[in-house]
Design a protein around this ligand. Structure first.
Ligand code: ADP
Ligand code: MG
Length: 758
């Protein structure tokens, strides 16, 4: 828990104020600011006035920057030594930090945050400090990454101040909310910088893109809220103990608050109302948060509430803005914080009441003419001082695990030591216990060692990748978006068990793809014998198939070098599949598709012309892209049609060959059936003959028996009945399957041929 730190800075009188007599209404003494109502000065009539003559406020820092000749004058450097250093130390510890300047137009916000070329402000000094702090670590132990983004909120729209191209600069971006990381600006450009100069250049570029206009108080007033964000990721390996933290530093220069002047043009008035809308919402948010914080602390201790006010006069104002309603402290519910009512407060959600160490610098004019504005700023600032944030160190989850394991090891080791010292009288028991503990310690140490190694490697890889390939990785709710500007391959893995997506950049020059043994150093290592070479020559990417490997582009075999086009699917050796992406080419194609307004649609084949290398060597990238889209460039279109005709022809030939093969198969089948048929016929004939023979024999035998019966006396008849039936056993005439024994009498009746089955 940490309260928002609040600083007040009083600027010098400007020319108009000096010309008006230069009367001062503000005094600063240590951490106190006093404001005097000069209008009540001359009253001698003794009339009662509800307004107080002198109001006093207490803050964390107060800077008197009115006259450099005065002894307690606060220069830019002095302000940096307090506030800037505090921002840097918070960031180096891994906290999110926010520093925002608030005040009336022309009160010195931009001067304090950005400064002038002769007297630079907090933002450039913080950038300098960030890169200076890296030198304090010996080589190899510390590694950090600094990413910068810069946006402005103008008329409730977010603009990227660092995006190239006029069209992109004007486009307004969407604010979205991540379930864990909170609100963020979708598609905001992030710029990795490796030194202070690069950061300063970006800062200058962004400032130049800001919208300013002449107002009543200020000739070049910033008409937008500007948020300069530094994402500072640090990785330190000290005594083999890694630490990785990510902190976000938000440096905010708000547009000034001022009353609407009817003489301004309509645009200026709309601007003013939008600026005021976000500042009013900011005020409501601050008041509501302050009230909530006060309620929480009153619940914890009623006594502590008395010390909350710090003698300032703001206590009575807090409830008027909050909308929390009346009622006693204990029973009241926390009031709703309307972050979403303005883009500014939504984006600063974490900085106000969330995971951030926040400092507010409120700038005021010392002039008696600005009494009302200054008093309102002081009250605003006093409210902000009551906000309690919940900053936490944003530590990498792996590193946290390593740290916790190490703590566990230390604990176990100290246990071992204490056992050792008060040795058990039974040595065997004690040895066993020590042995178990030593095993756990050893296992944990091995685990920590492996995790540390993995972490170091992954950090190095990530850093290299981001630096070398200028790649943006955005996390968007459920998905990751990887944006790369270079031609690249994405693997299309056919193995259902493989997980993860592999992304290969095709660097300038030749990329060897294949097995380890084939090339001295293949950039893309493949298992098996699949191989090829891809050459990237100034954005023109050509694939060269190599002998011994079947190479398909969009399922068609190529044997000559071929120019690759956006979306081509490459298959090597029948197993390895990649999709080729050419972001620059795709961008041009998208642009053309938009321009054609749907009149001309790009087919997949249009986008992937397989042109043999020798015919396109001289064709530049634009020319080739035109080939698939512009009807004026006929040769390429004709070539496309010819290719398609060739493809159709080859298909027809394939179909004919297949037909012929099917016919041959049918003939073979018919011949086989005919043969089977004749075999069955023969078998039936054979069986019929055999049956006839058996019948004849039976007839003969029955004739013989009839003879015998007629000669035999009647008492002896009927004894031969069993034998007869046994001889004419019907089973003997039934054909048997292969392997079945013939059970009938007489070996001659055995089935000699099995019934032909298919
Ligand atoms: P704001 O951003 O609040 O509208 P600026 O920062 O642009 O106001 O300041 C208005 C003018 O006052 C500028 O010319 C600026 O140089 C000057 N100024 C503001 N603060 C100081 C200061 N502390 N010391 C010297 N000049 C200052
Ligand atoms: Mg300004």
């Amino acid at each position: 828990m940490a309260n928002v730190q609040v600083a007040i800075r009083v600027r010098p009188l400007n020319a108009r104020e000096s010309a008006d007599g230069g009367r001062l209404a503000v005094q600063v003494e240590d951490k106190l600011v006093r404001i005097k109502n000069a209008k009540l000065d001359g009253r001698t009539d003794g009339a009662v006035d509800s307004r107080e003559k002198l109001l006093e406020f207490c803050f964390d820092y107060c800077y008197w920057s009115v006259d450099p000749a005065e002894p307690h004058y606060a220069s830019q450097e002095e302000v940096f030594q307090d506030l800037g250093v505090s921002v840097l130390s918070g960031a180096s510890e891994g906290y999110n930090v926010c520093l925002f300047a608030y005040g009336q137009t022309g009160s010195g916000k931009t001067y304090t945050m950005m400064g002038t070329p002769d007297s630079i402000g907090l933002t450039p000094r913080i950038c300098q400090g960030l890169f200076r702090s890296e030198d304090t670590f010996p080589d190899g132990q510390n590694s950090s990454r600094v990413e910068i983004s810069f946006l402005e909120i103008y008329n409730e729209r977010v603009r990227d101040l660092l995006r190239g191209g006029e069209q992109k600069k004007r486009a307004s971006l969407r604010v979205r909310e991540h379930p864990e990381k909170g609100p963020y600006v979708q598609d905001l450009s992030q710029h990795v910088v490796s030194d202070c100069q690069q950061a300063m250049d970006l800062l200058k570029e962004g400032i130049a893109n800001r919208i300013t206009a002449a107002t009543h108080n200020h000739d070049a007033s910033s008409r937008s809220h500007a948020i300069f964000t530094i994402q500072y990721t640090q990785a330190i390996l000290e005594n083999n103990l890694p630490s990785e933290t990510v902190s976000k530093i938000n440096l905010v220069d708000l547009a000034g608050s001022e009353r609407a002047d009817p003489h301004y043009c309509r645009d200026r008035l709309t601007e003013g109302s939008n600026i005021n809308k976000s500042l009013v919402t900011l005020g409501i948010v601050i008041s509501a948060l302050a009230q909530n914080s006060q309620m929480s602390s009153s619940c914890q201790s009623i006594n502590s509430m008395a010390s909350e006010g710090d003698g300032s006069t703001v206590g009575s104002h807090s409830s008027s803005l909050s909308g929390g309603g009346g009622g006693g402290g204990g029973g009241r519910r926390h009031c709703f914080i309307p972050y979403r009512d303005s883009v500014l407060t939504w984006l600063l959600k974490d900085s106000l009441g969330g995971n951030s160490k926040t400092i507010m610098i409120a700038t005021v004019s010392p002039s008696a003419n600005s009494y009302n504005e200054t008093l309102s700023t002081l009250r605003y600032a006093a409210h902000a001082r009551n906000i309690v944030n919940k900053p936490r160190i944003n530590e990498d989850a792996h590193v946290r695990l390593i740290r916790e394991l190490r703590e566990e090891i230390d604990r176990l080791k100290s246990m071992l030591l204490s056992f050792e010292m008060q040795r058990n009288p039974s040595p065997s028991l004690s040895d066993e216990r020590d042995g178990n503990l030593s095993d756990i310690v050893l296992q944990n140490e091995l685990k920590v060692e492996q995790l540390t190694k993995d972490w170091s490697e992954s950090w190095r890889d990530k850093k290299e990748l981001l630096e070398q390939y200028s790649m943006d990785i955005n996390r968007d709710r459920a998905g990751f978006l990887i944006n790369s500007l270079r031609p690249h391959l994405v693997t299309l893995d056919g193995d259902v068990l493989s997980t993860g997506v592999v992304f290969y950049h095709l660097r300038e020059g030749v990329t060897h793809i294949g097995p380890q043994e084939q090339f001295e150093e293949p950039q893309i290592v493949l298992q098996g014998s699949a191989s090829c070479e891809i050459q990237n020559h100034g954005g023109v990417v050509t694939l060269r198939p190599l002998p011994g490997c079947v190479c398909l582009l969009n399922d068609r075999e190529v044997t000559e070098p071929c120019r690759l086009a956006q979306g081509t699917v490459i298959t090597l050796g029948g197993v390895h599949k990649f999709r080729f992406n050419h972001p620059a080419e795709a961008a041009v194609l998208r642009e053309r598709r938009r321009a054609s307004e749907g009149g001309l649609t790009c087919t997949y084949n249009d986008l992937c012309p397989m042109t043999p290398d020798h015919s396109v060597k001289e064709v530049n990238l634009q020319g080739q892209l035109g080939a698939c889209l512009s009807p004026s460039e006929e040769p390429s279109a004709r070539q496309c049609v010819e290719e398609q005709q060739c493809y159709v022809e080859s298909l027809r030939q394939e179909i004919q060959a297949e037909q012929r093969r099917a016919e041959r198969e049918l003939e073979r089948e018919q011949a086989h059936l005919r043969q089977q048929h004749s075999e069955i016929q023969q078998w039936i004939l054979q069986e019929k003959r055999r049956l006839t023979t058996v019948e004849q024999r039976i007839t003969q035998e029955s004739g013989l028996q009839a003879d015998l019966i007629s000669r035999t006396p009647p008492g002896a008849r009927g004894k031969s009945g069993v034998r007869l039936s046994g001889r004419s056993d019907s089973r003997s005439s039934v054909p048997r399957r292969k392997g079945q024994e013939e059970g009938g009498a007489g070996g001659a009746t055995k089935a000699s041929r099995p019934l032909p089955f298919r």
